[in-house]
Design a protein around this ligand. Structure first.
Ligand code: HEM
Ligand code: HEM
Length: 411
């Protein structure tokens, strides 16, 4: 069966063309607008809708390509000049490429930034693994492709309107349902022009936003240096007669896993610490871990900045989180212990029991090294992390799994 009648596009082709066109225009406007929104659960919702409709475009273009492979398109009108046919076909070809490339670049960006991707209610898999460099590249590619499709759709619409107003042929009519009158055509053109104006305005305000973000970021880099230069001695812990462990910072890590709209994302912090620990002298053993809250890295600069903001870790006021032990309990002979202590996070101090496993190995030359692993679940809301509208667990879950992995040696 051939749905595309000889001199007109078929019902299915028309429907898919106009549904896609409408979604694309909305995605462009929303895409350029959503970046300038203040971070909030509503912003996450808008991003999720952007991704869902973007993936719908990807699904529709697949269907459309398959449909056109099976069903013939109507031929060019005899009044169409050669260059017009060549130009319109080239633009159609590039539009098809962009209809694939835009959603795929968006999907790559989200996966590489460890952000969730949903097709409405269904969680979609990551198409690449977490990679900060790739996230930034895909973000740029996505933005450039969006500007390219704006230019191409502009030419495409100008062409359609030229055929309607200047050539007065049936080009536009055979992609619509009836000979459309001049009034809706002008309304349509006005609508498109309005969206273009809106996009230009929003994009300008976003440029200003980006500049602002860059400034924020360099302030954090400055602070990082100060943190590194700070004298470790201000953690004036000294316990005599108990082995002192030096943390190997390169091999050690504090990582966490949280959920955003039901999907996990990961991050890590820089930390330092002083550990005096001897399995035989547990009553005198003591440790302090000092976590640099502004060092948070989750794979996306935007999310890191959000985590540092006032509603979240508020690193300007609370630059550090401190875990300090009050005592240790031996759990079994397999190297399992419990560190009873206090965690101070975002200005709130709460008792925290940290179960951990310790493997101590004696190396050549009397050097002893130790590997400590600990997994714990914390409630972010108990520490006031995520103020106001962020206290709703629907957007970001309350439970955060924290992994502590410390490699240390006694000299
Ligand atoms: C906004 C996104 C749009 C996209 C991605 C798009 C894409 C396309 C593509 C790929 C075709 C080739 C036919 C096909 O393969 O189905 C086409 C045809 C057509 N489009 Fe669009 N279009 C868009 C918007 C518009 C708008 C706003 C108008 C009208 C003002 C329009 C008018 C037409 C017409 C008249 C044809 C038929 C051209 C011919 O017969 O050679 N399109 N469009
Ligand atoms: C044809 C479909 C799509 C169009 C036309 C589109 C358009 C846009 C536009 C215009 C922007 C703003 C670019 C900027 O100024 O940085 C944007 C941003 C974004 N898009 Fe899309 N998009 C589409 C599909 C997708 C898909 C499928 C995803 C993810 C699965 C996605 C994820 C994103 C994200 C996360 C941003 C924000 C980037 C940032 O924060 O800088 N997009 N999109």
């Amino acid at each position: 069966m051939d749905d595309n009648l000889l001199d007109s596009y078929g019902l299915f082709s028309k429907a898919i063309h106009w549904i896609t066109a409408f979604i694309i225009l909305a995605l462009l406007a929303v895409g350029l607008y959503m970046g300038s929104l203040e971070s909030s659960p509503q912003k996450i919702l808008i991003y999720n809708l952007h991704k869902s409709f973007g993936l719908l475009v990807l699904a529709l273009v697949f269907v459309r390509v398959v449909w056109h492979l099976i069903h013939k398109k109507p031929k060019s009108l005899p009044t169409h000049k050669k260059w017009e046919v060549w130009l319109s076909h080239s633009i159609h070809g590039f539009l098809y490429i962009l209809l694939f490339a835009l959603p795929i670049s968006g999907w790559v960006m989200s996966s590489a930034g460890d952000y969730n991707v949903k097709l409405f209610f269904v969680n979609m898999p990551d198409i690449v693994s977490k990679n900060e460099g790739l996230y930034e590249t895909a973000e740029e590619v996505h933005e450039i492709l969006a500007w390219v499709i704006i230019a191409l759709v502009g030419l495409h619409v100008l062409g359609a309107l030229k055929h309607y107003f200047v050539d007065k042929d049936k080009t536009l009519e055979r992609m619509t349902w009836a000979r459309i009158s001049i009034v809706p055509a002008i309304l349509l053109f006005g609508f498109v022009a309005l969206i273009y104006g809106f996009i230009a305005f929003q994009s300008l305000s976003e440029e200003l936003e980006i500049e602002h973000e860059h400034k924020d970021h360099s302030a954090f880099e400055q602070n990082d240096q100060n943190y590194a230069q700070e004298d470790l001695n201000n953690m004036n812990l000294e316990v005599f007669g108990v082995t002192k462990w030096n943390i190997d910072k390169k091999k050690s890590a504090i990582t966490f896993k949280a959920t955003q709209y039901g999907q996990k994302f990961e991050g890590n912090f820089d930390f330092r610490g002083q550990i005096f620990f001897d399995p035989e002298i547990l009553d005198k053993s003591k440790a302090i871990i000092d976590i640099d809250m502004k060092s948070i890295k989750t794979g996306s600069i935007d999310r890191d900045n959000q985590a540092r903001s006032k509603d979240w870790f508020d690193v300007a006021t609370y630059p550090k989180a401190i875990f300090e032990t009050d005592g240790f309990i031996k759990v079994d002979v397999e190297g399992n212990y419990l560190a009873k202590g206090r965690l101070t996070l975002r200005g709130v101090t709460l008792p925290v029991d940290l179960p951990f496993n310790l493997k101590i190995k004696e190396r050549q030359g009397g050097k002893i090294s130790a590997v400590m692993k600990s997994e714990i679940e914390l409630s972010r809301l108990s520490f006031g992390i995520g103020q106001g509208q962020w206290s709703d667990e629907g957007a970001i879950g309350d439970k955060v799994a924290v992994d502590l992995f410390v490699v240390a040696s006694n000299n």
